[in-house]
Design a protein around this ligand. Structure first.
Ligand SMILES: [Mg+2]
Length: 318
């Protein structure tokens, strides 16, 4: 943590940088982490094979009217750790850059740090450094994580072959329902997300994954991306797409939210049909890969548009 900004207690609702760094260290210790934020650079705890970065922007990815600071901090960790899982990685380390608006206060700041620290600690991810910046604009939580491979090689999106089966590692749609349904139960279920690192490890050790990614923007749009990368096409079976009892109670057999909602943070992967995935992966078959030609995606034989959350689409953000 650089200390290049003089303390400015009272300014803009947040104390000066030194007190903020002390608050971070206290929250990390409370979460069971052992932070050493003294030096200019952090030291990764072991070998790093994979690195990814992702940012959450206030007003676009989170909103304190609907999410608690702890939930926002946790999501910042989960979104990044899920990408490590998607590439066949294991949790190693995280650094983050917090851009703090004038209107935030210390309680909100500590809540974000607490949620982030607890999610990292729960998955064995060290927090080895960061940076603090003030802004007149929205809050931005930018996170970079890295780690070793869970198996012998990384997963890629480009290896799916015709005949492969398509799997997901958990229920879809609950996170998106939390936006669409106003009641507290739906809101709370949105935050049950977790990175599927254990599933990724089981699949990496199995060694038969041909292509993988995580579902962060929605099954349809993410499967479309995988099929584009693989030069293939996919057939999905609606009845096989897994949803929770909570989802079924609100949407019945209508899988549209499960197909397009996003923020599920489960793994999407392909493998040849001759071998069942390990039980620890919790894999559910939702379709199969076919050769290119015709619509890239079909659902029960009908063309399926690759709709989902696209950060650069002109529609409303969330
Ligand atoms: Mg991803």
């Amino acid at each position: 943590m650089p200390d290049d900004e003089p303390p400015s207690a009272g300014r803009a609702g947040l104390p000066g940088e030194r007190l903020l760094v002390e608050a971070i260290e206290a929250e990390l210790r409370a979460a069971g982490l052992d932070p050493d934020l003294t030096d200019d650079c952090g030291r990764p705890p072991g070998p790093t094979a994979l690195v990814t970065t992702d940012a959450l922007v206030e007003g676009r990815h989170f909103d304190f009217e609907r999410d608690t600071p702890e939930q926002v901090g946790a999501q910042a960790a989960v979104a990044n750790l899920s990408d490590l899982a998607a590439s066949g990685g294991a949790a190693g380390w995280a650094v983050w850059d917090l851009t703090l608006p004038a209107r935030w206060d210390l309680a909100r700041f500590r809540g974000v740090v607490r949620g982030f620290a607890r999610a990292c600690a729960a998955h064995g991810c060290a927090i080895i450094g960061g940076n603090l910046t003030r802004t007149e604009g929205p809050g931005v939580i930018s996170v970079t994580v890295g780690g070793p491979l869970a198996g012998a090689r990384p997963f890629t999106r480009s290896g799916a072959r015709p005949g492969d089966l398509i799997y997901v590692t958990g229920d879809l749609g609950d996170a998106a329902l939390g936006y669409l349904e106003p009641d507290p139960e739906a809101r709370a279920r949105r935050h049950r997300w977790r990175p599927h690192l254990a599933e990724a490890r089981a699949l990496a050790e199995w060694g038969r994954v041909s292509a993988a990614m995580d579902i962060s923007d929605g099954l349809a749009i993410d499967l479309d991306r995988m099929m584009r990368a693989s030069g293939a096409a996919a057939d999905l079976m609606a009845a096989c797409i897994p949803t929770s009892a909570h989802y079924a109670a609100r949407r019945g057999r209508d899988r549209r939210v499960a197909l397009t909602g996003g923020e599920d943070y489960v793994l999407l992967f392909c493998a040849d049909p001759g071998h069942d995935p390990p039980d620890a992966a919790g894999a559910i078959c939702v379709g199969h890969v076919r050769p290119p030609g015709g619509p890239r995606l079909r659902l029960d034989g009908e063309a399926l548009r690759p709709e989902g959350h696209d950060h650069f689409a002109p529609a409303e953000g969330r």
